[in-house]
Write a new protein. Sequence first.
Length: 204
Amino acid sequence: MKNRATAQASRSGSRGILERVFSAVGGSRDDEQEGDEKATDLLKADHDEVRRLFKEVDKASDAAVATRKRTIDEISSMLEVHATLEEKIFYPACKNLRDEDARKIVAESLEEHTIVKRLIKELAPLRGSDERFVAKATVLKESVEHHADEEESDLFPVAESELGDERLIDLGRKMAALKSRLSSGRKARSVSKRVRRTTTRKRR
């Protein structure tokens, strides 16, 4: 009996250690489940953040050209990651929706992505004081907000109804993992560019 009790205590202690290690490294199992986001919720959060940033651009004074440029660059980076998540994970899952209108929105959204990517590319080399920058940034805002509004009103509810929570959570996990990889890569490239610019200036 004494040996059995000792063994049980040992196993209990081992489980306790494992739980503490798991919690320290990645959080508790309950926390992990609670942290799972549906794909549509993740995309809506991106939409809301981009809307917030566009409002910052609108509020910036005419003299704050550097702030406008920096914020538009931030929006552009977010949109590029967001578009990749939709194109590689979310849209393929929606192409077989029974709702015909929702499938049409997916096709239209892909075309809208092409327009947005072109605007991002055209904005990148422009200065914040350039009249073309202001005009293109306005068109970008209008295009993105129309795109987001349409998805949230006409596509996401259908996807939530037809795909269900379990499938959307699975898609959300995949999207979160891809977003993390893409964002990390962009940060590394951004740091590398700053280092090269600094080195070039010092040489001059």
